[in-house]
Ligand binder design. Sequence first.
Ligand SMILES: [Zn+2]
Length: 53
Amino acid sequence: MTQCPECDAAVENPTMIPGEVFPCPDCGTELEVTGKNPFTVELAPQEAEDWGE
Ligand SMILES: [Zn+2]
């Protein structure tokens, strides 16, 4: 079973394809699909365009 790297919730989602980003259903952290078989996810890169003005 694949788990959210942030909160360890199960994040099986067979309709996702590698490269897609989706929020963890439990903690809302953005996760990026990195593998289909087996299904794997990583923390998605954070967009931080509004920083440092
Ligand atoms: Zn989570």
